[in-house]
Design a protein around this ligand. Structure first.
Ligand code: ATP
Ligand code: MG
Length: 581
């Protein structure tokens, strides 16, 4: 992917426009700094020439004092400029981080299945950090230092045109050299950023799996893998760094030649008597001063290469579009909603179909029990109904509305899901239950907890609803976590409820509690219950037995349970479970 000048301009315009006044102040400060740098050599020249000539010696002290004042003011201006430039850089990069994060959050699950959270964190943070200087300083520094360069040569021109011409030509050659070499390290920085993202992806995944890694004694293996990632990161960083010093070293070498030219000229003119000592010093000083803008420009070019590699990677991410398009929005009628799945087929990626031409329907308030061997596609069906993926063929209608025409916000309100893997956040109990929705009253939360039989648990909390849950749901049993997930559903009051293996992790006592809660939850709602344990399916009106993505058996539960040749009744027999028929 190539980046054009227009892309840089667009990026700068988008993120600098909101802080225009700060950018203007920064520009003034940086230019002020540059101007002050030009004044001091003049003072030195005046000082030396006053000493060497027989001029009035009384002016020496004021010149020296002025020199000190200018130097101090220049440092002050520099400090202020650094502060403002940090602010500009951080504000712009944070805005970009937020935009990129939002974009990533809107991408569908198929993207998130192939990119680990660690990798994405590094891309949102690391790649964008490389852009900080680009936002805050790049343009101003390049323009400012070019101006300084021209300024020095112009001032020199009025002092001695021969020296100005020689130095001007050398500086021009130098800049051409820098420009020719400007892009050489971008691909290498890009590779480095990628290996950095891979390292963080690896770290995040392995750290979150610490328990399993320790219990299986795989630490040594993981450490070896870690060494491999860090070594790769070192190798790519070293290569990128070495290559990026070329555009910096070449000017360095050329500058040495420039200094040599200046010395030869000065020596020649001074010996001829066509130049004063003060003038000779001035030319020498300006030659040295020339190094500063050239050096700054080369450094900016190096940062620019890193930033460009970041920009390429950010644009790559931004150009990925979600496979799921948000619908225009729909209004669902109040109360339980009917659900229709019509000839739906679906497969993850290129692999074979997981759901094959499946059709079923639920009347409002009907409860469907979904059964099937592990891997038969039960969870996949619930993902399609919650529109985490779109089916490749067929339609799903909720309340008569094609899911694709409803907005995600509509769907999230209409469908409540308890998945096999309950995710709790390192946040207050209240936030965990309301999903950060502050419009929900505390009394509703407490009554939902009461309905689930969690009163004792709630009263034991040290700070009530303000108690912060430990990270990753630590400190809660799997059963408690599952019950909290139920409380979430109570609070969002959806029209369709999906329970995926919701009771499989509970002990018999807790399960008893939950049975009552489920009864309450299902009142006035359409529901799909997935369970390996047949007991959980007692309340299903209809049973759908899935086999390898296809319907194996589908019908009213009572009828299937009573017919002796149905698979369901055989399952009931082998399971030895008491099911109310
Ligand atoms: P279980 O009873 O174990 O929960 P399930 O019936 O819910 O099983 P699914 O999770 O729907 O099964 O998986 C159905 C098939 O799809 C499996 O073969 C699985 O390997 C595959 N699969 C599931 N999720 C993904 C995914 N994100 N990417 C690729 N394949 C997947
Ligand atoms: Mg499943």
């Amino acid at each position: 992917m190539h980046i054009h000048l227009k892309d840089y301009r667009q990026l700068l315009a988008t993120y600098l426009r909101p802080q225009l006044s700060r950018v203007i102040l920064l520009t003034l400060l940086l230019f002020g700094d540059i101007a002050l740098q030009l004044i001091n050599p003049q003072l030195i020249r005046l000082f030396i020439d006053t000493i060497t000539s027989s001029g009035p010696q009384g002016v020496l002290l004021p010149i020296a004092l002025l020199f000190i004042v200018v130097a101090v003011v220049q440092q002050g201006v520099k400090l202020w400029a650094t502060y403002i430039s940090e602010c500009v850089g951080w504000i712009a990069t944070n805005a970009l981080r937020i935009d990129l994060t939002l974009h990533l959050l809107r991408l569908d699950l198929s993207f998130h299945k192939v990119h680990t959270p660690g990798e994405l964190i590094e891309r949102v943070d690391g790649d964008i950090s490389a852009l900080s200087i680009f936002f805050s300083q790049f343009v101003i520094q390049i323009v400012g230092n070019l101006l300084l360069l021209f300024g020095i040569i112009l001032v020199l021109f009025f002092q001695d045109w021969r020296a100005a011409l020689a130095l001007g030509i050398s500086a021009l050659l130098l800049l051409i050299g820098v420009n020719v070499l400007r892009n050489i390290s971008i691909p290498h920085w890009k590779i480095f950023r990628q290996s950095s993202a891979e390292l963080y992806g690896f770290l995040e995944e392995r750290i979150s799996g610490t328990e399993d890694i320790r219990s299986s004694g795989a630490q040594a293996y993981m450490l070896r893998r870690l060494y491999r990632y860090t070594r790769e990161r070192l190798r790519t960083a070293r290569k990128a760094r070495i290559i990026s010093t070329i555009p910096w070293n070449v000017p360095n070498f050329m500058f040495a030649l420039m200094t040599l030219t200046a010395f030869l000229l000065i020596a020649q003119f001074y010996r001829n008597g066509t130049m004063t000592l003060g003038m000779a010093f001035l030319i020498y000083f300006y030659t040295q001063l020339l190094w500063q803008p050239i050096n700054a420009i080369s450094h900016q070019i190096e940062d620019f290469q890193k930033a460009s590699a970041g920009i390429v990677r950010i644009r790559e991410l931004l150009s990925i579009e979600s496979n799921l398009k948000d619908g225009p929005g729909a209004t669902f009628p109040p109360g339980a909603l009917p659900l229709v799945c019509e000839n739906i087929s679906f497969g993850y990626g290129e692999a074979e179909m997981v759901i094959k031409n499946l059709s079923f329907q639920l009347a409002p308030g009907e409860v469907l029990g979904l059964l099937g061997r592990t891997g038969s596609g039960k969870t996949t069906i619930t993902r399609l109904i919650a529109r985490l993926y779109d089916p490749e063929a067929g339609v799903i209608r909720l309340g008569g509305v094609d899911l694709r025409s409803a907005s995600f916000a509509d769907l999230r309100k209409a469908i409540g899901m308890v998945t096999q893997d309950v995710q709790l956040f390192h946040a207050t109990v209240r936030d965990n239950l309301t999903f950060f929705d502050h419009t929900i009253e505390d009394s509703c939360i407490v009554s939902a907890l009461g309905d689930l039989g969690l009163n004792d648990w709630y009263t034991a909390l040290p700070n009530g609803l303000d108690t912060i849950l430990p990270p990753n749901g630590g400190g809660l049993s799997a059963g408690e976590a599952q019950l909290l997930a139920f409380a979430r559903i109570f609070l969002c009051d959806p029209a369709l409820v999906i329970l995926d293996e919701a009771s499989s992790r509970l002990d018999p006592a807790t399960e008893g509690l939950l049975e009552q809660a489920i009864d309450k939850l299902l009142q006035g709602r359409t529901a799909i219950i997935i369970a390996h344990r047949l007991r959980t399916l007692q309340r299903a009106d209809t049973i759908l037995l899935l086999d390898d993505g296809e319907i194996c058996e589908y019908g009213p539960r009572a009828q299937l349970a009573n017919s002796s040749d149905s698979r369901f009744s055989q399952l009931l027999l082998t399971a030895h479970e008491e099911v109310l028929v």
